[in-house]
Write a protein that binds this ligand. Structure first.
Ligand SMILES: [Cu+2]
Length: 318
C-alpha cells in the first residue's frame, strides 16, 4: 500500500514538470510572431532632424476637392508624373523620378512640401508614427496603397513603389507641419501601361462581412446620411473558429486606420478611432461624417499577429 502511494507521488511530480516545460515553449512562440510587421522600414525619416512632438490628430483628416479644376490640375499634360496643389499655406509637389511612371516597374516618387512662398517646409510633427502618410488609389478604386515615404530633409520625402496597371491614380498626402494642424494635399498621376479595361462599375457590397487572411472582418454601420455623424464599428472574428479574433494589435499607434474615398474621388476621409485611447481588440470604433450622398469605398487597415490586414468595403450613403 505504502509502496503504491510512493509510486503515485513520483508520477504526479513527473507530470507537473512536463507541463511547465511546454507552457514556457508556447509563450516564446507568440512573442516572436508579435515582433514582425509588414511595414517597410521608413522609420529612418524620424532621425533626419524633424521635431518629434506628437501631433494630436484624433478623428478625421478630411479633404474635399472644392475647386475642382484647380485641384485636378487637368493641366497635368506635358508635365508627365508631375502634379501640384495650392491652397492655404502649404503645397505638396509630387513627381516621379526619371522618365515617368511605368506599370510593372519600380518607380521612385518624391514629394516636396513647400509653404505658400515655395520655400521648403522642414519641420514636421509625427502623426501616427510617421511624418507623412501617402495614400494612392487608382481611378477605378481597385488599387489602394497606404505607404510612408522616407524623409530626406529640406522638405523632400521619397518612396519606391510599383503600379500594376497603367492609368490614372489619385494621391493624398497627410502630414503635420510643426505648429500647424494636420494637412492633406492631393493630386493625380498617370502611369504608362495597360489600364484595367474590364473593371466592374463600383456597387455597394451586399454583405459587409469580408475575410482577409484567416480573419473575418464585419463592418457595422448605422444608417448614415450625408452631413451626419456616422458610427463605423469593425468586428474581428477568427475565420476558422468564428470566435472573437485574438492577436489584434495596434497599427501605426492606433486600433486601426480607415481611408474613405467617394466614387468620383472628390471626397477623401482618413479616419482614426473615435477614442484615440482605444487599443486594438475584437472591435474597433470609428466615427466620421460623409460629406455628400453617394457611393464610397472604405479601406479598413488593422494588424493581427504582426500582419497588416487591408479590408475594402463599398457602401452607399443617403
Ligand atoms: Cu500611414
Amino acid at each position: 500500500m505504502k509502496r503504491l502511494a510512493v509510486i503515485l507521488l513520483i508520477t504526479v511530480l513527473a507530470a507537473g514538470a512536463v507541463t511547465l516545460v511546454y507552457e514556457n515553449r508556447k509563450t516564446e512562440t507568440t512573442e516572436t510572431t508579435a515582433g514582425k510587421t509588414d511595414e517597410p522600414t521608413e522609420h529612418s525619416a524620424t532621425e533626419h532632424g524633424a521635431s518629434t512632438e506628437a501631433a494630436d490628430d484624433g478623428g478625421t483628416h478630411r479633404h474635399m476637392n472644392e475647386s475642382n479644376s484647380e485641384g485636378d490640375h487637368a493641366g497635368m499634360e506635358g508635365m508627365e508624373g508631375m502634379d501640384m496643389e495650392e491652397d492655404a499655406g502649404f503645397q505638396a509637389v509630387l513627381a516621379a523620378a526619371g522618365d515617368g511612371l511605368k506599370a510593372g516597374q519600380d518607380s521612385e516618387l518624391t514629394i516636396r512640401i513647400q509653404d505658400d512662398d515655395g520655400a521648403p517646409v522642414t519641420k514636421f510633427a509625427i502623426s501616427h508614427e510617421k511624418l507623412l502618410h501617402l495614400i494612392i488609389v487608382s481611378e477605378d478604386l481597385r488599387d489602394f496603397r497606404h505607404i510612408h515615404p522616407g524623409y530626406d530633409g529640406s522638405g523632400v520625402f521619397r518612396v519606391m513603389t510599383q503600379f500594376a496597371s497603367g492609368g490614372r491614380y489619385k494621391w493624398f498626402a497627410d502630414f503635420v507641419p510643426t505648429g500647424s494642424s494636420s494637412v492633406t494635399r492631393s493630386g493625380w498621376l498617370t502611369v504608362d501601361g495597360k489600364p484595367v479595361y474590364d473593371a466592374p462599375a463600383l456597387q455597394a457590397d451586399s454583405s459587409l462581412i469580408h475575410q482577409v487572411e484567416g480573419t473575418q472582418v464585419e463592418l457595422v454601420m448605422g444608417k448614415a446620411a450625408a452631413g451626419q455623424e456616422a458610427e463605423l464599428t469593425f468586428r474581428f472574428r477568427d475565420a476558422a473558429s468564428g470566435k472573437e479574433a485574438s492577436g489584434m494589435q495596434n497599427y501605426l499607434g492606433a486600433a486601426g486606420h480607415v481611408v474613405i474615398v467617394s466614387s468620383d474621388m472628390e471626397q477623401y476621409l482618413h479616419v482614426h478611432p473615435a477614442d484615440s485611447q482605444q487599443t486594438a481588440g475584437p472591435e474597433a470604433k470609428f466615427s466620421t461624417t460623409f460629406p455628400v450622398d453617394g457611393l464610397y469605398k472604405i479601406w479598413g487597415q488593422f494588424q493581427r499577429d504582426g500582419r497588416v490586414l487591408t479590408v475594402p468595403f463599398v457602401v452607399k450613403i443617403g
